[in-house]
Each structure stands twice: as C-alpha cells, then as structure tokens.
Write a protein that binds this ligand. Structure first.
Ligand code: HEC
Ligand code: HEC
Length: 240
C-alpha cells in the first residue's frame, strides 16, 4: 500500500518539479550572493539548554534509546537528533506542528510545544552530543555510481562536502544519520496530498523527485555509512 501511495504521489511531485527547480535555482543564486534563505522570519526566541533538558523528558522514550524503531510508514530507526543543527531542529518541529511534515506521532508531539519549548529543546539537543567535528571529507568515498547520484543533485553544495557541515544552519546534517531513516525521509519529500505520509519542502521535493526509490536507497545507504556528528545519547528516564 505504501508503494502505491508513493507512486501516485511521485507522479504529482514530478509535475511539481519544474516549478520547484525554479525555486532551487533562485535559492542557489541567493547563496552565491551570500544571502541566507533561512525561513525564520518570525521573532527569534532564544533557546535555553537547561530548560530544554527538562522538557526533553517527553522525547527520550524514542530519541534517547539506541536503535529504537518506528513502524510508520515502514519500519525504520528513529532519527538521531543529538548534535543536529539547532535552527534545523526548530524548523523541523515547526514543520510537524504546521502539518508540512505529516508523520502522525511527531505531529502530535510538536503540536503540544510552544515556540519557547522548541527553541529550548533545539538548544539542548544541538549541544547534547558534545563537540564532535568530523573531517572535511567523508570518512569513506562514495562508490562511483553513488557519487554520480550525489553529484546530480548537488547534495554536497547544501549539506556540506562531508554531509555534516550544512551551508545554512537551517539545513540538516545528514552524514552518519541512520540509513533507513534517511531513505524514509527522502521518499517522504516525494509524497503530496496524503494526510499521514509526506513532507512539503520547496527545496527537497524538487530534488527527491529526480530519483527512483532504488537510487534514493543507494544514497541513503552511503550517507548512513560515513562518519557524522549525530548521536543517540541515552538519558536516565528519571533525573536525580
Ligand atoms: C513516539 C516516538 C517519538 C517521540 C516521543 C518523539 N519523537 Fe521525534 N521523531 C520520531 C520519529 C519516528 C521521527 C521521524 C518522523 C518522520 O519520518 O518525519 C521523529 C522526528 C523528529 C525530528 C526530525 C528529525 C530530522 O532529522 O528531521 C525532530 C527534530 C524530533 N523528532 C524531535 C523530537 C522532540 C524534541 C521530541 C520531544 C518533545 C520528540 N521528537 C519526541 C519519534 C518520536
Ligand atoms: C538546495 C539545497 C539542498 C540540496 C541541493 C539538497 N538538499 Fe537535502 N535538504 C535541504 C534542506 C533545506 C532540507 C530540510 C528540509 C526540511 O525542512 O524538511 C534538506 C533535507 C534533507 C534530508 C532530510 C534530513 C532529515 O534529517 O530528515 C535528506 C535525507 C536530504 N536532504 C538529502 C539530500 C540529498 C541526498 C541530496 C542530493 C540528492 C540533497 N539533500 C540535496 C537542502 C538541500
């Protein structure tokens, strides 16, 4: 059923791709000009790490357990968020809250958060992995076929040469993220018009629509296999 959903959605995404690639061209031009496209026009709320730690109690049951799996829309590990870009974490939570990201459990959770909660949680998770910094080039070169796919989508131009140094703090680190999650995330950008699956994102929709599922899987497997800055940091459920 899932692949049927994905199939009809990707036809729609392909039609939308022309429009979207025009958007990416504009955004590419803006980077060249050194202008940040980051979406947070709303008043900045400053996050507090300690406040975030307290609020993370409702996250650790999934994000704080190594290897924890989610079964929707297919079985995959829950993404690592410790060490992720702070502004990206906020953006992702806002996207679940607004429904631009439709994953049902994360929608429910993000729906209960205030702007201050999101800022605090993002501040906490961004620093929770410590000061990890991977080398400028990936720990393992991509096999030629995968390198060609990555080049086609200019993935490194936004996510960084090592896929852990995004050009804009609102973009995610993807190097070393769980491969099965990366695949589900990539496919979700090709799904529109479904209430419980899919993500709307002007940039990634146009990019993901250019690949077959097998190609998305190949990129996800490679990206998940290199060293990255993301971690699962187990926390005690009850703090002393
Ligand atoms: C019931 C399990 C569960 C709980 C509890 C949970 N999450 Fe999630 N979270 C997930 C899953 C599964 C995903 C992947 C959803 C998707 O495919 O978009 C996710 C995705 C995310 C993402 C996006 C990650 C990325 O790389 O884009 C962020 C950020 C996030 N969660 C933060 C939180 C925070 C903060 C809390 C606590 C307030 C929390 N989550 C609680 C399961 C959970
Ligand atoms: C023009 C800049 C740009 C390019 C090029 C680009 N990305 Fe992205 N990518 C983004 C942004 C911005 C997001 C965050 C979208 C969102 O908020 O959902 C993202 C999100 C992602 C995610 C989801 C990460 C997560 O934690 O959920 C994956 C996986 C990803 N990109 C992989 C790729 C791959 C693979 C390529 C090349 C085929 C690529 N990206 C090319 C900007 C880009």
């Amino acid at each position: 059923m899932l692949s049927r959903l994905f199939k009809s959605a990707s036809a729609r995404a392909a039609r939308a791709a022309v429009r979207v690639s025009a958007v990416s061209a504009v955004s590419a031009a803006l980077w060249v000009a050194g202008v940040s496209l980051s979406t947070t026009a709303q008043a900045q709320v400053t996050g507090n790490v300690q406040a975030g730690e307290g609020k993370a109690a409702m996250c650790i049951g999934c994000h704080g357990i190594p290897g924890y799996q989610n079964s929707f829309p297919e079985i995959h590990r829950v993404p690592m968020i410790s060490g992720q870009s702070q502004q990206y974490l906020v953006n992702a939570l806002v996207a679940y809250q607004k429904g631009d990201r439709r994953h049902p459990s994360m929608r429910g959770i993000a729906g209960s958060l205030t702007e201050q909660d999101m800022a605090d949680l993002a501040a906490f998770y961004a620093q929770q992995a410590g000061n990890i910094s991977v080398a400028e080039t990936p720990s393992r070169p991509a096999p030629p076929a995968v390198a060609a796919l990555l080049d086609r989508g200019a993935c490194a131009s936004c996510h960084g040469a090592n896929f852990s140094k995004p050009l804009d703090p609102s973009y995610p680190k993807i190097g070393g993220q769980h491969a099965d999650y990366l695949f589900v995330a990539l496919r979700s950008y090709t799904v529109q018009g479904n209430n419980v699956i899919g993500r709307n994102n002007g940039i990634m929709a146009g990019i993901a629509a250019q690949y077959t599922p097998a190609e998305l899987r190949a990129m996800a497997n490679y990206l998940g296999s290199i060293e990255g800055e993301l971690r699962v940091v187990p926390q005690p459920r009850f703090r002393k």
